[in-house]
Write a protein that binds this ligand. Structure first.
Ligand SMILES: Cc1cc2nc3c(=O)[nH]c(=O)nc-3n(C[C@H](O)[C@H](O)[C@H](O)COP(=O)(O)OP(=O)(O)OC[C@H]3O[C@@H](n4cnc5c(N)ncnc54)[C@H](O)[C@@H]3O)c2cc1C
Length: 449
């Protein structure tokens, strides 16, 4: 265990998150290598009355994993990665990122649903549900969980699986870091690659409407191995992009097919036939594709999200309009299909409501100049306001920051929220783990006199 305090050399690195808007100064950061370290850190926080935050990949947009003045349980040193080709499972420590996970799986041609970028932590991503390129094929990351080891607020080490503490296991399918510090995750794996057909197609934003409508009409009927998102971007000054598009708004289809390269070519053909201005679809290692959208850390971030049961032409027009006014070259506007295996899970098996939603829209504002903050946040909020007529309620919590208890309740629905609150009351009655999309502990019914 390494304790990092404000005067220590590694302090600034250890308190830095992906979102540069977060600038918090904890009293101490406990860099934990195992469950015993986590127990010690939690005991230290109790002893000194310090508030606790738990940090892994540091991708929380609202900085939920960092705290002013408190104690941060930093699980990043937990880097165990163990892939078992025979049982087709992988067990990884709470500090592993999706890039590390996928590079290890690549060697064996095995993967599970992970992040759309390499730097996201397996921990926060999976505990929040975990939507990625492979979710139409194999469900969310949490749907692939075999078990989770965690240290609870009282310092107990527990394993949650379908057979051990099944109620807790249910809650860990989207209930976030509310129930303890996860030290290890075991996932089911699937054949992926090693090479997959993947890449992107690009259109100038002002000539993208037909392609966007065709994408909307095709994707849900396409093979479930196809992971494809519509993304409003600023075209980068890369060789594969026609020079006249450089630095201008563009519509991208970011695509990966998790089956054979031949099946992939077949599945994307209807999209390639939409006359893109740039086409860099090709066979590549899956782990290489997964890094194609990586953003530089150190930028300012604000995001939000909504579910949609339908995405009519009028909604596509709102999406395209906002894609033309991205606040910065790093900002993106995503439309992800939500369906396939992710929609087929038994609704009772996870607390997340609206698993059968058809789409998720996700304004993802990134910018560099603090003077642009108001404009960038205004852009993301403006999109939410203008797309509101086409939303279905509920929200995918991994894609938002602090938007209040109503949004958290909407993400689970009243019944599941009440069940989560009862469990929170059992595992964390004092709400030690509150740096998250917080579930308020239900207090036990007072005993009858
Ligand atoms: C560039 C980028 C791309 C993204 N892409 C996707 C995507 O494709 N799909 C998607 O679903 N989400 C995506 N996200 C959102 C991301 O999944 C969430 O922000 C997630 O919570 C990040 O997890 P983390 O471990 O990296 O972050 P952290 O900031 O370290 O933690 C996030 C939350 O999880 C809790 N937590 C972290 N580790 C533990 C642990 N070991 N035990 C208990 N609680 C813990 C923290 O306390 C905090 O509440 C993306 C985020 C970014 C910045």
């Amino acid at each position: 265990m390494q304790w990092v305090r404000p005067d220590d050399a590694g302090y600034d690195e250890a308190r830095t998150l992906f979102n540069a808007m977060i600038d918090r100064r904890p009293a101490v950061i406990a860099q934990c290598t195992d469950a015993a370290d986590v127990r010690e850190a939690l005991a230290m926080a109790r002893k000194h009355g310090l508030e606790v935050a738990v940090r892994s990949g540091g991708h929380s947009v609202a900085g939920m994993s960092m705290i002013d003045g408190g104690l941060v349980v930093d699980v990043r040193p937990m880097k165990r990665i163990s892939f078992d080709a025979e049982s087709r499972t992988a067990t990884v420590g709470g500090g592993v990122t999706w890039g590390e996970f996928d590079r290890a799986g690549q060697e064996l041609g095995l993967a599970t649903t992970g992040g759309r970028v390499t730097t996201t932590g397996v921990s926060g991503f999976t505990l929040g549900g975990g939507s990625g390129w492979l979710d139409r094929a194999w469900g969310l990351a949490c749907d692939n969980l075999v078990s989770v080891d965690l240290v609870t607020a009282s310092g107990n080490e527990v394993t949650a699986s379908a057979t051990e503490n099944p109620e807790l296991f249910w809650a860990l399918h989207g209930g976030g870091g509310n129930f303890g510090v996860a030290t290890s995750f075991t996932f089911n794996l699937h054949d992926v690659g090693p090479e997959v057909f993947c890449g992107l197609l690009l259109w100038p934003a002002d000539a993208a409407r037909d392609a966007a409508l065709a994408f909307r009409d095709y994707v849900h009927s396409s093979p479930e191995a196809l992971g494809a998102n519509l993304v409003g971007v600023i075209a980068p000054p890369e060789d594969f992009v026609p020079a006249q598009m450089h630095g201008k708004p563009a519509l991208a289809m970011v695509i990966v097919h998790a089956g054979s390269v031949e099946e992939g070519r077949e599945a994307v053909r209807p999209l390639q036939e939409l006359a893109p201005a740039a086409d860099i679809l090709a066979p590549r290692p899956y782990a290489e594709f997964q890094g194609m959208l990586d953003d530089e850390p150190g930028q300012f971030n604000y995001w939000s999200a909504d579910y949609h049961d339908q995405f009519p032409d009028e909604a596509v027009d709102v999406f395209l309009d906002y894609g033309k006014t991205l606040p910065h070259e790093s900002s993106q506007l995503l439309l992800a299909p939500w369906g396939g295996a992710a929609a087929r899970v038994d609704p009772a098996s996870t607390p997340m409501a609206r698993r059968t939603s058809r789409w998720v829209s996700h304004p993802f504002a990134l910018w560099r100049d603090p003077a642009q903050t108001e404009e960038a946040i205004g852009w993301a909020r403006g999109f939410r306001r203008d797309i509101a007529a086409f939303t279905s309620g509920g929200v995918y919590l991994n894609f938002i920051g602090h938007e209040g208890q109503d949004r958290i309740k909407a993400a689970f629905g009243a019944e599941n929220y009440a069940r989560l609150a009862r469990l929170k009351g059992e595992y964390d009655p004092e709400n030690v783990f509150r740096g998250n999309q917080n579930i308020q502990p239900a207090t036990a019914e007072p005993a009858a006199p």
